[in-house]
Write a protein that binds this ligand. Structure first.
Ligand SMILES: [Zn+2]
Length: 152
């Protein structure tokens, strides 16, 4: 394989297997792809579950509190106009549950997972602190620009 790869490098465009894999890894780990995939997956999968949760559990509980079997039946009629605030409240509750579920069960674990793959971020400092006057000076300075002490 190394011979083929070497030939590709010599005669063709950059076609190193490791380069391609590295680029692919970078592309995946940028987070955009994960976010998008998570969005699409959750949008379809969670909606059904949360709708069922709201319809089967939340609505009856709220309905029991406000003594109405169906939250959607909570309406106000003003001069022939029907304001279906019960329906709106159940949609709002669904949205809040979806948002909270995605945050706690997808975003947080996924961020931890990505963090673990990436490993600790290495800071790449270009300056350091003078031990004498505590001002920021270039990392490779041998004499402080501010207090002029000799640095090791
Ligand atoms: Zn100094």
């Amino acid at each position: 394989m190394s011979l083929i790869v070497a030939n590709c490098r010599e005669y063709g465009p950059m076609l190193h297997v490791r380069d391609i894999l590295n680029n692919f890894k970078k592309f995946i780990l940028r987070g955009n792809v994960l976010d998008l995939a998570v969005g699409v997956m959750m949008g379809s999968a969670f909606t059904a579950v949360v709708n069922a949760l709201v319809k089967d559990l939340m609505t009856p509980i709220v309905g029991a509190i406000v003594k109405t079997p169906n939250l959607s039946e909570l309406t106000l009629t003003i001069r022939g106009s029907t304001i279906m605030y019960g329906d709106f409240v159940s949609a709002l509750v669904s949205f809040l549950i979806i948002a909270a579920s995605i945050y706690f069960f997808v975003i947080i674990p996924m961020n931890m997972f990505v963090e673990r793959i990436r490993g600790p971020q290495e800071p790449n400092p270009t300056t350091k602190k003078c031990p004498e006057c505590k001002s920021e000076i270039p990392i490779d300075a041998t004499r402080c620009a501010h207090c002029a002490i000799q640095l090791p």
